[in-house]
Write a protein that binds this ligand. Structure first.
Ligand code: SF4
Length: 358
C-alpha cells in the first residue's frame, strides 16, 4: 500500500532508548490497569493523569471493587479530571464485566469494543498493550504521526482521511513486539511529533517523512477549525443551613458536569431569587459572593454565587435529586472542581465560620 519504509523497526529502536518506560500503568500492565489509563488519557495529559490514576488504583485495584462502588465515589475520584461521561462509562463497563464475564476482563476484540466508553482505538490499545494481540490504534498521537509520515491530508472529521489512516495503522502494526510498538507510536506523538513545533531533528522517522520533506508539518493533519469562544454567565445558590450544610443538586447526565453534584444553577438573578423565596426558608436577603471563572474547552463560564442562610429543610427543592452536603465532613461524591474550591473557601472563611452554629 505504501512505498515508504515500514515505521516499526525505527520506532522500536527509538523507543528502547527514548520512550517512556516508567509510567504507572506500564507496571503490571493488566487489561484492567491499561483500560483505566487509556480512558483517563483521552483528552488529558500524562502529567495530569498520574496522580488521579494512582488514587483510583489505590481505591479500585480491580474490576470487582470498581463495579461494587457507588458511581458517586467514582465521580468523586474523577473530580477535576473533566469529561465525566468517561467515569460513568468506566463504572458501567465494570458492572457489565462483573455480570457478563464473571469479573474477568474480556480478551476478544468485539467484546471489548462493545463495552461502554470503549471505541476501536481504545479496544486495540488495551489488547495490544496488555494481551500482546495485534490490533492497531489510532488515538490522537498515532493519527498525527501517521498523517505526517504518509502525508494524509484532511482534518479529524474527514472520513476519507480517517479511512486511509486506519489502513496505514493496520498495515504498520507488527505482529511481534506489538505492545512496544503501540507504546512507541503513542510516545513519539506525545513527545516528538507534537502538534505545534514537532522535533523532526530528533525523530527516527524523519528520513522518509512526507510532511517533513515538504515542510508541511504545520498543515498536516489539518487543524480543527477553532469555534468562536462563548462566554456564559450563571447564578448559583449557596443555600447554607446553620449546621454547615449546603444544598446540592445532581446534574443531568447529558451536558457539562453530567452526573456530578452542583449548586442549584440559574440563568438569571431573578430566577435564583424566586427559587430562594419559593423553595428555601431564607433568613436574610441573598448575598452575592466573588464570581468564579471556569474555562471549558469551548466556552468560559462565569458563576456568581448567591449565599443565603436558611433554616429548616428546603421544601420541594428542584425536580431531581438533592443532597445537603456538610462542608465540614464532606461526603465522597463527585463535585465540579470550581464548586469544590468555592465550598472549601467558604468553609475557611472567617465570616462563614462565625455564622455557622456549632
Ligand atoms: S519527521 Fe517530524 S513530522 Fe515527521 S513524523 Fe517525525 S516529528 Fe513528525
Amino acid at each position: 500500500m505504501s512505498s515508504r519504509p515500514p515505521i516499526a523497526p525505527a520506532l522500536l529502536s527509538w523507543h528502547a532508548h527514548a520512550g517512556r518506560h516508567d509510567l504507572p500503568w506500564q507496571q503490571d500492565p493488566t487489561a484492567y490497569r491499561v483500560w483505566v489509563s487509556e480512558i483517563m488519557l483521552q483528552q488529558t495529559q500524562v502529567t495530569t493523569v498520574i496522580p488521579y490514576y494512582l488514587r483510583f488504583m489505590a481505591r479500585f485495584p480491580d474490576v470487582g471493587t470498581l463495579a461494587a462502588a457507588p458511581v458517586d465515589e467514582v465521580l468523586h475520584l474523577w473530580s477535576g479530571l473533566g469529561y465525566y461521561a468517561r467515569a460513568r462509562n468506566l463504572h458501567r463497563a465494570a458492572v457489565r464485566i462483573r455480570d457478563d464475564y464473571g469479573g474477568a476482563f474480556p480478551q476478544d476484540f468485539e467484546q471489548v469494543a462493545a463495552l461502554p466508553g470503549i471505541g476501536r482505538s481504545t479496544a486495540g490499545a488495551i489488547l495490544a498493550l496488555a494481551c500482546q494481540q495485534r490490533y492497531p490504534i489510532l488515538d490522537g498521537n498515532a493519527r498525527r504521526v501517521l498523517a505526517r509520515y504518509f502525508g494524509v491530508e484532511g482534518g479529524p472529521a474527514d472520513a476519507a482521511a480517517l479511512k486511509a489512516l486506519w489502513a496505514h495503522a493496520e498495515e504498520q502494526t507488527p505482529a511481534a513486539g506489538v505492545a512496544r510498538y503501540t507504546q512507541a507510536i503513542m510516545d513519539l506523538g506525545a513527545t516528538v511529533c507534537v502538534r505545534r513545533r514537532p522535533l523532526c531533528s530528533e525523530c527516527p522517522l524523519a528520513a522518509h517523512c512526507s510532511a517533513c520533506a515538504s515542510g508541511r508539518q504545520h498543515e498536516i493533519p489539518a487543524p480543527r477549525r477553532a469555534a468562536a469562544r462563548r462566554r456564559r454567565e450563571v447564578y448559583m445558590v449557596v443555600a447554607l443551613k446553620g449546621s454547615g450544610e449546603v444544598l446540592l443538586e445532581r446534574r443531568p447526565e447529558s451536558g457539562v458536569w453530567g452526573g456530578l453534584w452542583c449548586l442549584p444553577q440559574f440563568e438569571t438573578q431573578t430566577a435564583a431569587a424566586d427559587f430562594i423565596e419559593e423553595s428555601l426558608v431564607p433568613r436574610e436577603a441573598p448575598q452575592p459572593l466573588t464570581p468564579v471563572e471556569h474555562g471549558f474547552t469551548h466556552f468560559d463560564l462565569s458563576i456568581t454565587p448567591l449565599l443565603v442562610h436558611c433554616g429548616g429543610e428546603a421544601a420541594g427543592v428542584g425536580e431531581g435529586e438533592a443532597l445537603w452536603y456538610n462542608i465540614r465532613t464532606p461526603a465522597r461524591v463527585g463535585l465540579p472542581a470550581p464548586i469544590t474550591t468555592l465550598l472549601a473557601g467558604l468553609a475557611r472563611d472567617t465570616l462563614f465560620s462565625r455564622t455557622v452554629e456549632d
